[in-house]
Design a protein around this ligand. Structure first.
Ligand code: 13P
Length: 287
């Protein structure tokens, strides 16, 4: 059964560790992440972007696939199915489809509009027992080859959004999606400390988990981060392992072209990445 992310994140915040959100793209991705969480007895959040939802044939397909997989694989650790960076309309669609958690990313709106839309969604999510993530301060990333710097959120705005009753808050602290550029200035711990102080018990979310050095991850957790999103790193691991298999000519040996064989090294690579992150985040054994 899918659960809201509220309880797992409240426990993580109290216990000074973080729960990983790993984005899914297909059956192999989902299976690899669920099995690793179960093996390590860790809670887990499966992230689905609107684009990935479309790719997987719509949000209801995703809900049905993930729910069935939890049953068929005998997964007993807490699993939240979460919309990643939702638009207002996308968020409503995911709620309708049966997601247990959603993110409404209103960070590109003026703060008044972010507040108005987030307020409406808080009411809907509360009534249905779903967790809601909000965002303040846009998280940068690569678009058309140009890497935009991550903004730093205004702690006063973070408090305004947190006070609306969201479950968790993503605050920009210089983090960006995808690989970090060589000249990246690092996370702004000054901003994180100020946001943390402003929002109190609210679990904070760190996006752009790929490529953040271990010491920065640990420091971020010590300052109140309880959810860390990882996407690109699983994609890079999967691609490298698949490339190796093909470059070694293994798809040409026997039935090596069978997708169940061809995709197996990539799946193992995703599992290894997820394991490494769960160990680093401290969520192992916390289910
Ligand atoms: P990365 O792709 O940089 O790991 O970021 C993932 C993320 O933040 C999803 O919201």
């Amino acid at each position: 059964m899918l659960v809201s992310a509220k309880e797992m994140l409240t426990k993580a915040k109290e216990g000074h560790y973080a729960v990983g959100q790993f984005n899914i793209n297909n059956l192999e991705w989902t299976k690899a992440i669920l099995q690793t969480a179960q093996e390590l007895n860790s809670p887990v959040i499966l992230g689905v972007s609107e684009g990935a939802g479309k790719y997987m044939c719509g949000f209801t397909t995703v809900v049905n696939m993930v729910s069935a997989m939890i049953n068929e694989l005998g997964i007993t650790v807490p699993v939240a199915l979460h919309l990643d960076h939702g638009s207002y309309e996308g968020t409503l669609k995911c709620i309708e489809a049966g997601f247990s958690s959603v993110m409404f990313d209103g960070s590109h709106y003026p703060i008044e509009e972010n507040i108005a839309k987030t307020t409406e969604l808080v009411n809907i999510c509360n009534a249905k027992g779903l967790s809601l993530e909000a965002e303040v301060g846009a998280i940068g990333g690569e678009e058309d080859g140009v890497v935009g710097a991550g903004e730093c959120a205004d702690p006063a705005e973070c408090k305004m959004i947190a006070d609306l009753g969201v479950t968790m808050l993503a605050a920009g602290i210089g983090n960006i999606h995808g690989k970090y550029p060589e000249n990246w200035a690092g996370l702004s711990f000054e901003t994180l400390a100020a946001v943390s102080e402003a929002v109190g018990d609210m679990p904070l979310v760190l996006h752009g988990g790929t490529g953040i050095p271990e010491d920065m991850i640990k420091k971020a957790i010590s300052l109140g981060v309880s959810k860390i999103n990882v996407n690109t790193e699983c994609q890079l691991s999967f691609a490298a392992a698949t490339r190796k298999y093909v470059e070694e000519g293994k798809d040409l040996i026997g039935k090596g072209f069978d997708p169940r064989k061809l995709l197996a090294p990539g799946v193992e690579a995703i599992k290894a990445t997820v394991k490494e992150k769960m160990e680093l985040f401290g969520s192992v054994g916390k289910a």
